[in-house]
Design a protein. Structure first.
Length: 159
């Protein structure tokens, strides 16, 4: 009877200071790379502001695709965490104050834009074009990737 054993990496930190873990068999993704599992960097020290969603025409083709395909909570938190890990990596680096961030889906020419609310600049808005959302992505996966990228890009302007 033959017995084979394999050494698996321990999920626990080493107890001895000179202990070296065996090499891992799978490469680890870069912490800032896009990942559809939404494995974001650690939570930032500054909590996110309240997020809101406003859809001007829920029955438009772009809004329908968006609401059916985009995991919005995960997408927003992933974008927020990546932005904070990149722009505010140290606890003493403080982001500008934002009271809230609203994503608004509406019909307009173009892709997206960001601005502060006309009555209070600390309430930020990301406007996404439902016309654009209706046209993009050959596949559902490509659609979600595009929306994630646009939201992340626009959120940089807010934070």
């Amino acid at each position: 009877m033959s017995h084979t054993s394999s050494i698996l990496p321990s999920p626990f930190p080493p107890l001895l200071p000179n202990h070296r873990s065996p090499p891992q068999s799978q490469p680890q993704p870069h912490p800032l790379s896009s990942s559809h599992s939404h494995s974001a960097p650690p939570n930032p020290p500054h909590p996110p502001p309240p997020f809101h969603l406003k859809i001007e025409d829920l029955l438009s083709p772009g809004a329908t695709r968006f609401t059916h395909l985009v995991p919005l909570q995960k997408t927003i938190l992933h974008a927020y965490n990546i932005i904070h890990a990149t722009l505010y990596p140290r606890t003493e680096t403080v982001p500008p104050p934002v009271r809230s961030l609203t994503i608004i889906l509406r019909n307009f020419e173009g892709v997206a834009h960001t601005h502060g609310h006309r009555k209070d600049e600390m309430h930020k808005q990301i406007h996404l074009s439902t016309d654009y959302l209706a046209k993009i992505g050959q596949t559902d996966q490509r659609f979600v990737e595009e929306v994630e990228g646009v939201i992340t890009h626009e959120m940089v302007h807010c934070l």
